[in-house]
Write a protein of this length. Sequence first.
Length: 182
Amino acid sequence: MRPYLVIDLEATCDDGPRVPRHEMEIIEIGAVLVDPTTLTPLGEWQTFIRPVRHPILTPFCRKLTSITQAQVEAAPLFPEAIRALAHWLMPHPTPVFASWGAYDKNQLDQDAHHHGIRLPLAGDHVNLKQAFSDRLGVTKRYGMAGALAKRGIPLEGTHHRGIDDARNISKLLPFCLGHEGG
């Protein structure tokens, strides 16, 4: 059995036209590796990433994510960050990639394409937002915070920070995979 790799990203953003969606770039990757049998965390990894298209974070982005300009300016570029992620994953080279919705997968693909690199992730992706709704038997799509509240799990850390959100999503994984009562 392959472990699950729960990833949550934060990216450059704006509440206006300054950062078009197709030019958003990852500025933080938070990852939690989860044991496939016990569904408990095996380890975690986090990095900030220095954006190149829009290197100055907008006030909206800084407020939403609490990520500072200094943190991204001191961070590696995307290709270096992905090499570091691949190195961290070496003991588990083919985890099942899981995220809350398809955004994280699509943003990783977009940034990898922009930088001309391959991602160290197998083709498998589990959309946990979809799995959560399917498990409840509803069409409504819950945000991560709403899903935690629905399950009676407190949100820990800072919402819209990659590592904290990855930790919180990991707590929803057992339910989403059908290993915990409805």
